[in-house]
Design a protein around this ligand. Structure first.
Ligand code: SF4
Length: 898
């Protein structure tokens, strides 16, 4: 019998997800047409094969439609001309030389990103701090976890995360502080939930806002914004008064305990004081303290709710103090744990990408500067800390900085006072941006040169996740057009500046090996960051590098999972240092004019400024519009209606957002997403409204508590557009762009009426293939443009109180041929197959909408999340939506009692 061996399929590439700091392993299998199928890597310790909704959709974000593929130079008219790499690189180098000669090296700066790979970061940092001699290198990680870095360094003596993800599996108590883990670190949340289900671990959520993470928690502490350190100071006092301090650990491994405890007693002498500062009930505080005190295997994890604060460093310190005082650090299932936001924030910290670090976790002491100088054989070392992000943009605005090179980030959206940042960038003598995309808000500031950089899927290097695990990010797609890796671009400029020998790398493997060698240089156990075992890694070994946790010094085969259980802090006396904290307070108080606090953060299915997730229709269907979450009582107070619009104003700027009522919002607080920009919405760049007040140690801005006002905004009509990407809406319209199957759509609101929109549509589309329905009296206008038997474009308009729903027309837009029966349906706006409006998508994997889930829950009070999964498939793949499904069920049970 003949037996043909099966043909070998395409080989998947092991790489890592480019989004959050969980750092999930991904198997990417190219399809040969520029795309790839995506699966979780079952062998990666971070995710063991799982991916969240964002990671699962990576294959939908690989197109080249929005990419910049060639070096571009701005011409005298402000437009861009394609130029050769040589011309662009020569011009960037010459521009830098001129400014350095005229104004000195401190007139030039780099603004980097947690999206860069470690190798890119390393050469950028080396060029600036060792060869150009400017200390002004900072990164968007300043907005993400700088307070954790400062807190770690002040208390632990080094920027070291003591624990590992396995602790989330074995902890008996998980305390999540200022962290919507369910949405922002979904795979870790699933590990926590699994621990809860299998081992009975308990979960406490501490957050002013009751988020999806709080669903199913054992205790939810919705404390006043800015009061976290009071809660933990009170815990320290409670531990001391209950005799639960680990005196032996403190004696051997911790300095400053007595002073820190005395300070904690000033802040929170008793529970009554904690009640007053936090606004929590005495019973809840007592329950939390009893739980924490009585559970040795406790992990306290935090993210941006702690970091993005003008007292973020103190908040981190307050948490660290409780773990140090009880010796609960670096033990299985126990320890403080910072969950980083970005995929390579940790790698940036390791190379020294923050302005207050030099390199390889070394700072700016004379001995450290000298050590790095000798290692790099550097001609011109930076001698002191540089501008942190907010100060850096102030220095651009007032002319102290003349040249800036921005890489892989979008500061004109993400920084506080984003409008002022955009304006300041326009005034630079030399403004260079290395980017993947052809258009964003930072590029709108008009850089002199745009350098096309490799994107995820094309890049090759390493990243480090929240548990200190270094993983390879491997390319599986060819570099398109003239795109180049960031490290190559930097080294080419370095060569043109005369530093050829020091930047002559054959590839990222050589850069990584040098970075590893620097980490071990004159280290001998004195510094935490030591990957000396990789200092002589060959290209082959680098290509095959398995995920490994640092430190991994010379002679050590395996990485290190946990640190500090037996002390050994990286300080002169090997002790950690507890620090007195400032009295808890927000940087700015509310006023009569600005009576609310504006909190900003992420939604589940988008990432940063949406340049990647905004390409996926299913990710865009979860939260399609920029929306402000308001407590129902505040909505009543300010005359706001659900699904209406509101103007949010601060002393720095305004935005207009859709309104959603959220009983989980704290009264007096607003929550707005960070993702929308001038690219994808008319007026929703929330960074423009955020104040620039920063933590004194970390320089991290308080992005979660800007005093704000809110007022309703009304429009005459609302509608949607499908296709017709260049259709010009009437001036003053509000709109947001949304990826849909088959192209792009826009949701909009306008003061124009049906007749005006009809006029515009006719001018834009012409008569051929246009089918229309107008009812001016009712304020209705609907038109569909059929070209070659397909729905090429559609515009639907209705009165403000009766906005058209686009679900059915989206289906037609995504499908192939439109038959005569469907043409009539297109004008009615009703589903072609009679299906009901699904509402916003909850389960991105299977496209299950809110309305379907509500209907399923409404069938009976006993309907479970598992039954919803069996019936609708919702939540049965990546599981990112499970907390929301649980929440919908809980709300339904309250609203419709059985
Ligand atoms: Fe990517 Fe999701 Fe994993 Fe984060 S949790 S790394 S976004 S797959």
């Amino acid at each position: 019998m003949r037996h043909d061996a099966p043909l070998a399929g395409p080989v998947p590439t092991r790489t890592t997800c480019p989004y959050c700091g969980v750092g999930c392993g991904v198997l990417a299998t190219p399809d040969g047409k520029g795309g790839a199928t995506i699966a979780g890597d079952p062998d990666h310790p971070a995710n063991r094969g799982r991916l969240c909704s964002k990671g699962s959709a990576l294959g939908e974000t690989l197109g080249l439609g929005t990419r910049v593929l060639h070096p571009l130079k701005r011409n005298a008219r402000g437009a861009y001309d394609r130029v050769s790499w040589d011309e662009a690189l020569d011009a960037v180098a010459d521009g830098l030389k001129t400014i350095i000669a005229r104004d000195g090296p401190e007139a030039v700066a780099l603004y980097l990103s947690g999206q860069l790979l470690t190798e890119d970061y390393y050469v950028a940092n080396k060029l600036m701090k060792g060869f150009i001699g400017s200390q002004h290198v900072d990164t968007n990680s300043r907005l993400c976890m700088a307070s954790t870095v400062a807190g770690h360094r002040r208390v632990l003596g080094s920027d070291t995360v003591p624990g590992c993800y396995e602790d989330l599996d074995s902890a008996d108590l998980m305390v999540l502080v200022g962290s919507n883990t369910a949405w922002c670190h979904p795979i870790l949340f699933r590990r926590i939930q699994q621990n809860r289900a299998e081992r009975g671990a308990r979960v406490v959520v501490i957050d002013p806002r009751v988020t999806a993470t709080a669903e199913d928690a054992d205790l939810v502490l919705a404390l006043k914004p800015g009061s976290d350190s009071a809660l933990f100071a009170g815990l320290l006092v409670h531990l001391a008064d209950a005799g639960l301090i680990d005196r032996a650990y403190i004696e051997h491994h911790v300095a400053g305990f007595d002073a820190a405890l005395a300070n904690a007693r000033e802040i929170a002498p008793d529970i009554a004081a904690v009640v007053a500062r936090t606004g929590l009930s005495e019973a809840d505080i007592a329950a939390f303290y009893a739980l924490w005190a009585g559970t040795p295997a406790v992990v306290t994890a935090w993210s941006q709710g702690v970091n993005q604060s003008a007292q973020g460093t103190d908040k981190v310190a307050a948490i660290l103090h409780c773990h140090l005082a009880t010796g609960r650090i670096g033990r299985p299932g126990g320890g403080p744990f910072s969950l980083t936001g970005q995929p390579n924030a940790m790698g940036g910290r390791e190379v020294g990408g923050l302005a207050n670090m030099l390199a390889a976790h070394m700072g700016y002491s004379p001995a450290e500067i000298d050590r790095v100088r000798r290692f790099w054989r550097a001609p011109r070392m930076a001698g002191r800390e540089g501008f942190k992000a907010v100060d850096m943009m102030d220095a651009v605005a007032d002319g102290r900085l003349k040249a800036m090179w921005v890489m892989a980030t979008n500061p004109a959206v993400s920084l506080p006072r984003a409008d002022a940042v955009q304006a300041a960038l326009r005034g630079l003598d030399l403004f260079v941006v290395s980017e993947n995309v052809l258009s964003n808000d930072t590029l709108a500031a008009g850089p002199h040169y745009i350098l096309p950089a490799a994107a995820w899927g094309e890049k090759d290097g390493t990243v480090t996740n929240s548990e200190r695990r270094i993983s390879r990010q491997r390319g599986f797609l060819a570099l398109p057009g003239e795109v180049k890796p960031d490290w190559w671009i930097i080294c080419e400029v370095a060569e043109r500046l005369g530093f050829e020998e020091a930047f002559d790398y054959a590839g990222p493997h050589e850069i990584y090996a040098e970075h590893a060698a620097l980490s071990a240089f004159e280290n001998a156990g004195s510094r935490d960051f030591d990957i000396g075992a990789h200092g002589d890694l060959t290209r082959h070994a680098y290509d095959g590098l398995a995920p490994v946790q640092w430190p991994v010094p010379v002679g050590q085969a395996e990485g290190t999972a946990r640190l500090f259980a037996e002390g050994g802090f990286f300080t002169a006396n090997r002790k950690a240092t507890m620090r007195p904290l400032a009295l808890p307070a927000l940087a700015a108080a509310t006023t009569e004019a600005f009576p609310l606090l504006l909190n900003t953060g992420r939604v589940r299915d988008h990432w940063h400024t949406m340049t990647r997730t905004g390409l996926s229709a299913r990710l865009s269907a979860h939260v399609a519009e920029p929306t402000v979450l308001v407590h129902p009582d505040d909505a009543a107070r300010f005359g706001l209606a659900a699904k209406g619009f509101a103007c949010i104003a601060t002393a720095h700027g305004t935005v207009v957002l859709k309104i959603a009522l959220d009983p989980g919002a704290q009264k007096g607080s607003l929550f707005a997403p960070i993702h929308w920009s001038g690219e994808n919405a008319s007026n929703a760049r929330i960074g423009a409204a955020v104040h620039p007040l920063v933590d004194p140690f970390s320089g991290q801005p308080e992005m979660k508590a800007t005093p704000a006002a809110i007022a309703p905004v009304s429009f005459r009509s609302r509608g949607f557009l499908l296709g017709a990407d260049d259709f010009a809406l009437p001036e003053g319209s509000w709109w947001t762009r949304v990826a849909v199957e088959g192209g792009l759509g826009r949701l909009f609101a306008t003061q124009a009426d049906a007749a005006e929109l009809m006029q515009l549509a006719r001018e834009a589309f012409g008569a051929e293939g246009l089918i229309e329905m107008v009812d001016a009296e009712r304020g209705l206008y609907r038109c569909s443009l059929i070209r070659d038997g397909r729905l090429a474009a559609a515009l639907f308009l209705g009165p403000d109180h009766d906005a058209p729903v686009w679900d059915a027309v989206k289906l037609a837009f995504a499908s192939g041929e439109v038959d005569p029966r469907q043409r009539l349906a297109l004008l009615s706006g009703r589903s072609l197959d009679g299906a009901a409006d699904q509402g916003p998508t909850v389960c991105a994997c299977f496209g299950v909408g809110l309305n379907a889930i509500r209907a399923a829950f409404a069938e009976g009070a006993s309907v479970t999340v598992e039954e919803i999964g069996r019936k609708l498939k919702a939540g049965t793949n990546c599981g990112s939506c499970l907390p929301e499904i649980r929440r919908i069920g809980a709300q339904q049970r309250v609203e419709v009692p059985a």
